[in-house]
Design a protein around this ligand. Structure first.
Ligand code: 1GP
Length: 249
């Protein structure tokens, strides 16, 4: 079993190095924008390219991952909305258990069904506690997952959920306000969750500015994920990457 990417994320946390992941939704991106995004990500020293969406309806996943791998050495990490969003061409898979929800299918059911296929993929498998936080508007993921997000002001629920995930052996916590969330996760919640866990913390959903990305890192996020905002304005890749990396010694 490979461990490279998880090891790198853990080492970065120990050394207080913050990282930036650009999220690419294979359904939304055309060829020209993909190439431009890859080019900008290389120039900005983006740490990871996450690929996935909660509703991938085309068969472009393979093609998108192959293109990225052909053009760059940035690690490609799958962030799948369902078990069929997997390609062995990527480097790693965020093996998500939706621990903020109470839908058994997304806690363990789908994992059981796809286990042989996932293992056969040869991907580095990173077990992740995925926590959906209310971002002010119903998101595709809350609808599709049929779960209630954690209310944005319930810091205790968030930190207890993250602690439980860590004690169950999950290797990362991903707190997400959902793609295109109206409001990003409040800083106070990030602070509290970061205080109560030792494993790396990924934060995403509704982050649209470099300042917000930096603020979230200062609050305790180890990896910031941005999708929608950089789709709309690819120049933000440089700005956000610079803000996050400015915190690294
Ligand atoms: C969504 O965390 C990601 O799952 C990124 O969200 O598209 O709002 O940046 P945005």
């Amino acid at each position: 079993m490979k461990h490279t990417i998880h090891d790198n994320i853990s080492k970065a946390k120990v050394n207080a190095q913050k990282a930036f992941a650009v999220l690419i939704d294979p359904d939304k991106i055309d060829d020209a924008t993909l190439l431009k995004t890859i080019e900008l990500a290389i120039l900005a020293n983006v740490d990871y390219l996450f690929v996935g969406g909660s509703l991938v309806v085309t068969d472009t996943l393979d093609k998108v991952v192959s293109t990225i791998k052909a053009k760059s050495t940035i690690p490609v990490v799958l962030f799948p909305g369902s078990p069929d969003q997997i390609t062995p061409k990527a480097d790693a898979l965020l093996y998500l258990s939706l621990i903020s929800g109470r839908n058994p299918e997304l806690l363990i059911g789908q994992h059981v069904i796809s286990a042989p296929f996932v293992r056969q993929s040869g991907l580095e498998i990173i077990p992740v506690g995925y926590m959906l936080v209310d971002g002010g508007t119903p998101t595709t993921v809350s609808y599709i997952s049929n779960t209630n997000p954690i209310p944005a002001n319930k810091n205790d629920i968030a930190s207890c959920t993250a602690m439980a995930g860590e004690m169950l052996g999950l290797k990362l916590i991903y707190m997400d306000a959902g793609s295109g969330a109206q409001s990003a996760i409040p800083t106070a919640m990030i602070q509290q969750v970061a205080k109560y866990i030792q494993i790396p913390l990924i934060v995403g959903g509704g982050i649209t500015t470099a300042d917000k990305a930096k603020e979230n890192c200062l609050a305790g996020a180890d990896i910031i994920v941005v999708g929608n905002a950089v789709e709309k304005d690819p120049a933000l890749i440089h700005e956000i990457a610079a803000a996050i990396h400015s915190l690294n010694k």
